[in-house]
Design a protein around this ligand. Structure first.
Ligand code: ADP
Ligand code: MG
Length: 673
């Protein structure tokens, strides 16, 4: 590329270099008939005689000599003679003399030479050797010589003129040539500048191209490294391909084996399908049977509960607490059943000495024995789990769709709250009926879900104090404020009841139930006053609405489970003075006694199948009306204090419970929808 660009430059240069010497050489061309190489001496030799002769010729010659650049005259007037001939400038003179010398040299003695006059010595020949000097007297001879010389000079002048003319021609030619060369030079200069511009452009292009080349080289190296990488990758892939090919081969072999196995399996599958179809039919049949069995279980379970009695009464005697006086031995007895000590106890005997009778006769009267029999009696050592075992069946009835009511009846401090909610602290052994019943419900509901039953539970917890209903699950600003609630029917014509302003909380696990019980305890604590332990003066009603559904069969069942911690059943001490506090206490007690006796009356009325059941006589019976009587099942715990000082209250409680225990409420029917 460089060479290509460079070539025109070189060409031009070469031309220029070549042409310069050409011009020079041309200008130095020797003029025809002249010789520059002739030595000074030679020229002098030729000119000398003339010089000598022209010396002192006058001003004219001097003037001519002082104008060396004056043009050479082409003609010499023949009349002017020697003196008229202008003195040539040194150079011209030289050239002239040289030319003269040359002419003289080449001149042959022409016929124009003047004939020698007879009698005069022949003029000496110019050519060859110098003519010998004429004697002074030979004036003629001298004149003759001079004439000959003049002639010669004229000849020389003519020759010089011719030469001059030639030189002028040459000069013109040279000038023309110079002009041509100048034009040519300008053309060439133009060309040169164009070429230079081209060269510059070329340089620039070259620079660009170099940068481009560099870039390309860089790209090339990148591409090369990429190619290298790709080659490596290709190698790796080839390796992998080989591995895969091997694996493919293996897989194909396995596939073949599998295909063979598959055809075997397909036959097996066909037979298994047949078998499965048979089993599905069997399963459906079994499912049907299972459902029938479940229904049968419910029926039988209910029958069993009915046989046990729709109203059952359990007696529970709490242990003597630390710090309490030990009751006299034999104060309370728990005679064993007909099956011996292994039989669960159903009897309790209380011995009470009548002090008044003893005073009258003078001797201490023997203590009176009061015997009671219940469905079950739990002596002081009985644990919470033992108690729950007995009522677990009843809880099952609630799941099966029978309303259930469990009451704890007894004087304050006899262990009602302990039985229902549990003891203080986190000890799981101390857990009461409410948490145990709910845990049992959740687990049974879980089991029944495998049979297609879905259960949901909604809890509420209220207290009835002085015939007013308050929510124990109130939260936020309403917490412990005792906002009054009303018991209302859900809708006109509906049997279902609801408590206004009370929270109904869906529950699905134990922890949620624990949280609710904790909240209820907090609400009670806020409402408590120093004078009045209100919780013992009010009924606490924990209600759990159970709803079950068998979507596959379109079956639904639902029933409430009520766990009621009744207010203390103790009567007001008649010996107490009636201050303002006591009057309030009296009102409370009357309300409690009224509601408890209403409960008894309701149970009696139901037992006697009376047309009117006085549910409306108390808030408690009104709230529980759907869970009492008819299809409902009822269990009453009568809680007894082991202390002798509480014997009177214990006796009252046992009497009340006995009455309840004698009641039989008609055959229960499950609430099926
Ligand atoms: P109530 O609710 O009938 O007024 P509580 O349940 O509050 O009575 O019981 C009074 C006290 O007796 C509480 O300290 C309780 O822990 C305790 N107590 C009641 N029953 C038992 C029992 N079966 N075992 C142990 N302690 C009991
Ligand atoms: Mg209590």
């Amino acid at each position: 590329m460089e060479s290509q660009q460079r070539s025109p430059l070189l060409e031009v240069k070469g031309n220029i270099e070549l042409k310069r010497p050409l011009v020079k050489a041309h200008s130095r061309l020797p003029l025809p008939g002249s010789s520059f190489k002739r030595g000074r001496g030679q020229m002098e030799d030729v000119v000398e005689p003339e010089k000598k002769r022209t010396r002192g010729l006058g001003t004219a010659s001097k003037f001519a000599a002082s104008q060396p650049r004056a043009p050479v005259r082409t003609t010499v007037p023949p009349t002017q003679g020697q003196t008229a001939a202008p003195k040539l400038p040194k150079k011209t003179g030289l050239r002239c003399s040289t030319a003269v010398a040359t002419v003289l040299k080449n001149q042959k003695p022409g016929p124009a030479a003047p004939a020698q006059k007879p009698g005069t010595a022949a003029p000496p020949k110019l050519e060859g050797k110098k003519p010998s000097k004429r004697p002074a007297w030979d004036l003629k001879g001298q004149l003759c010589d001079l004439n000959a010389e003049l002639k010669c000079c004229r000849e020389k002048t003519r020759t010089l003129d011719q030469e001059n003319q030639q030189l002028r021609d040459q000069l013109r030619e040279a000038q023309q040539q110079a002009m041509d060369l100048g034009a040519e030079r300008r053309t060439l200069e133009g060309e040169l500048s164009r070429v230079r511009a081209q060269a510059e452009q070329g340089q620039q292009e070259l620079g660009n191209l170099s940068a481009h080349v560099l870039e390309l080289e860089e790209r090339l190296s990148t591409q090369e490294s990429l190619v290298e990488e790709l080659q490596k990758e290709q190698l790796g892939l080839q390796e992998e391909r080989r591995g895969l090919a091997t694996r493919l081969e293996e897989q194909e072999k396995r596939l073949q084996a599998s295909e063979a196995a598959l055809s075997g399996s397909q036959a097996e599958v066909a037979s298994l399908r047949k078998e499965t179809a048979a089993q599905v039919a069997l399963l459906a049949e079994r499912g049907e049977r299972l459902h029938w069995l479940e229904m049968e279980r419910r029926r039988l379970h209910n029958q069993l509960q009915e046989l046990k009695g729709n109203i059952r009464v359990f007696c529970r005697v709490r242990p003597v607490l630390p710090g309490e006086p030990t009751p006299p031995p034999g104060f309370l007895l728990f005679p064993s059943g007909p099956g011996g000590p292994s039989d669960p106890s159903t009897h309790v005997s209380l011995f009470r000495s009548d002090e008044r009778r003893g005073t009258l006769s003078g001797v201490p009267a023997a203590p009176t024995r009061y015997d009671f029999s219940f469905d079950r009696v739990f002596p002081p050592g009985s644990g919470q789990d033992e108690v729950f075992e007995e009522i677990a069946m009843l809880v099952q009835s609630a799941l099966d769709g029978y309303p259930v009511c469990i009451f704890a009846y007894g004087q304050t401090g006899s262990g009602k709250t302990f039985t229902m909610e549990g003891g203080p602290g986190e000890d799981p052994q101390m857990e009461g009926l409410i948490p145990r019943a709910l845990r049992h419900l959740f687990s049974v509901a879980q089991e029944l879900s495998s049979q297609g039953w879905t259960y949901s539970f909604v809890a509420s917890y209220v207290e009835i104090y002085n015939e007013t209903v308050r929510d124990l699950l109130a939260t936020g600003t309403r917490k412990g404020q005792g906002v009054d609630c009303e018991i209302r029917r859900v809708g006109p014509g509906s049997e279902e009841l609801t408590v206004t302003n009370a929270r109904y909380v869906p529950v699905s696990c134990e922890r949620e139930v624990e949280a609710l019980l904790h909240l209820a305890r907090q609400n009670r604590a806020v409402a408590r006053t120093a004078q009045n332990e209100r919780s013992s003066r009010s009924h606490s009603v924990f209600q759990l609405q159970i709803s079950g559904e068998h979507a596959g069969r379109g079956l639904q069942c639902g029933a409430p489970l009520n766990l009621v911690d009744l207010a203390g059943s103790e009567r007001l001490d008649p010996g107490l003075a009636f201050g303002p506090g006591e009057r309030e206490r009296l009102r409370e007690t009357q309300a409690i006694n009224s509601s408890l006796s209403t409960l008894g009356l309701v149970i009696m009325a139901l037992s006697n199948k009376e047309s009117h059941v006085p549910y409306r006589n108390s808030k408690l019976t009104y709230l529980l009306q759907n869970s009492l009587g008819g299809s409902a099942k009822m269990l009453m715990f009568v809680n007894i204090s082991p202390l002798e000082e509480n014997a009177s209250e214990s006796l009252n409680s046992l009497r009340f419970a006995s009455k309840v225990n004698q009641c039989v409420i008609g055959t229960a029917q499950a609430n099926r929808k």
